[in-house]
Design a protein around this ligand. Structure first.
Ligand code: PSV
Ligand code: MN
Ligand code: MN
Length: 430
């Protein structure tokens, strides 16, 4: 890490103004938790070990399908995006990995890209393939599907692209390939619902066959959009069935925005874990559909309940517990660095709160069918303000106590506005 974007002095100076108050708050919370038999330093240690990857595409104001409203100083290349991701990690200390998307992040030298990332204190997480858009000079269109296309050449091209993503990922040090396809239909009768899944499974098996032994293929389901009548991998049912058919290296990835409103996502998490198919998450929040809003901005309680299941799963690992955590958000109303900082904090908070649940009390109440006390075991943990634990963990590892204010003091975006070339207008991403 020779190339860190912010100066350590800036962070240290900002922290110096906040340290006394933080120490007071941490001590007070420590006493409160001690009365419940919880060692705050142990929780802080777990928080310090937590991390979540950020998406390269989330560094830009990709926004909605409808429009982009770029800001001055926004990154355009993967190199600039890595710099912004490094800022996020330097301040938050919980986002040391970036998840790239291809061909959006295509470069000519991946070994050099990996070195560049390492010099910024970053590694790479899951590689994401993209067969939901046509690229210029592409031989076969994905307009009517990719891995499930009725056209054999189109399926072969989509398989080829996924295998290329694996090859790139090997050079970047990734061990997961995330596959989301927009395949589906807008009209009843448009495609045969059973045969389109057959075609997907056959093509996905060819991608699976190219996975190195220590890799996983993460299947990301999504109920609708861009297909508004049926999607090929529409839900966790289709996803787990496909993952089971493909084999042990295939797992399911849960993007929180990819379900019908009010779906019990924490139960899906528990189910997937039960069958050893919980591969990972795309964290974001949603009010109506795949809104890609900041994590915890709409329904932080749901996020907490998901982490509650994850802590349970970790205690009861069955055949293993190793979900990959990633943010997937992108909109056009905030500085993406600020949104990612805010989301990383919301996600880590829910993890910390889930660690505070008195498991013995919860399990006892569940066994004796004491519904109110079972609920209260969760409620008591959810109500704790864990901010001092997160801030202390951050400060001790060189991050900022107050991430947003330190970011603003750095004038990063203003400085980049002088240096970077403006982003073009145009449609956003899905
Ligand atoms: C699709 O909605 C999705 O959630 C997938 O993860 C894509 O890779 C990502 O958004 C970016 O379009
Ligand atoms: Mn996603
Ligand atoms: Mn999505």
């Amino acid at each position: 890490t020779t190339n860190l974007p912010l100066s350590d002095d800036l962070i240290a100076q900002a922290n110096a103004r906040e340290t006394a108050a933080l120490e007071e708050d941490y001590a007070a919370l420590g006493r409160q938790l001690e009365r419940r038999g919880i060692d705050i330093d142990a929780i802080k240690g777990r928080v310090a070990g937590f991390s979540v990857a950020v998406p390269s595409w989330g560094a830009g104001r990709g926004g909605t399908r409808f429009a982009k409203f770029p800001i001055a100083g926004e990154p355009t290349t993967i190199y600039e995006k890595l710099q912004d991701c490094a800022v996020i990690n330097q301040l938050s200390r919980v986002t040391p990995r970036v998840s790239p998307h291809f061909p959006w992040d295509k470069v000519s030298d991946y070994a050099a890209l990996r070195e560049e990332a390492a010099s910024l204190g970053l590694g790479f997480d899951a590689v994401n393939s993209n067969t939901f858009q046509d690229q210029k000079d592409q031989a076969h269109s994905y307009a009517t599907g990719s891995l499930s296309s009725t056209v054999a050449e189109t399926r072969a091209q989509a398989v080829e692209h996924n295998i290329e993503c694996i090859e790139i990922g090997k050079q970047l040090g990734s061990t997961d390939l995330t596959v989301w396809v927009g395949d589906g239909t807008n009209f009843p009768g448009q495609q045969d619902l059973a045969r389109s899944l057959d075609r997907y499974l056959e093509a996905a098996a060819q991608v699976y066959a190219a996975l190195p032994d220590d890799w996983r293929m993460l299947l990301e389901h999504k109920m609708f959009e861009p297909a508004f009548y049926s999607s090929v991998i529409s839900d966790w049912g289709s996803s787990i069935l496909a993952a089971q058919e493909l084999g042990p290296k295939a797992k399911c990835l849960v993007d929180l925005g990819h379900h019908a409103p009010n779906t019990n996502i924490e139960q899906i998490v528990a189910r997937l874990h039960r069958f050893d198919k919980l591969g990972g998450f795309h964290f974001n929040d949603s009010k109506y559909g795949d809104d890609d809003l900041d994590s915890g901005s709409i329904n932080p309680h749901q996020l907490f309940l998901i982490f509650n299941e994850l802590v349970e799963a970790e205690l009861n690992p069955r055949d293993g517990f190793n979900p990959s955590y990633m943010i997937d958000q992108s909109h056009n109303v905030t500085d993406p660095i600020e949104s990612m900082l805010s989301s990383a904090e919301a996600i880590t908070s829910c993890f910390a709160k889930a660690l505070l649940v008195d498991r013995q009390a919860l399990h006892g109440a569940q066994e004796s069918n004491d519904t109110m006390m079972a609920f209260q075991a969760l409620r008591r943990a959810y109500n704790v303000d864990v901010a001092p634990i997160l801030a202390m963990a951050r400060m001790e590892s060189g991050g900022a106590i107050d991430v947003l204010s330190t970011y603003r003091q750095s004038k990063w975006r203003e400085r980049k506005a002088q240096e970077r070339k403006p982003v073009g207008l145009g449609a956003g991403i899905v």
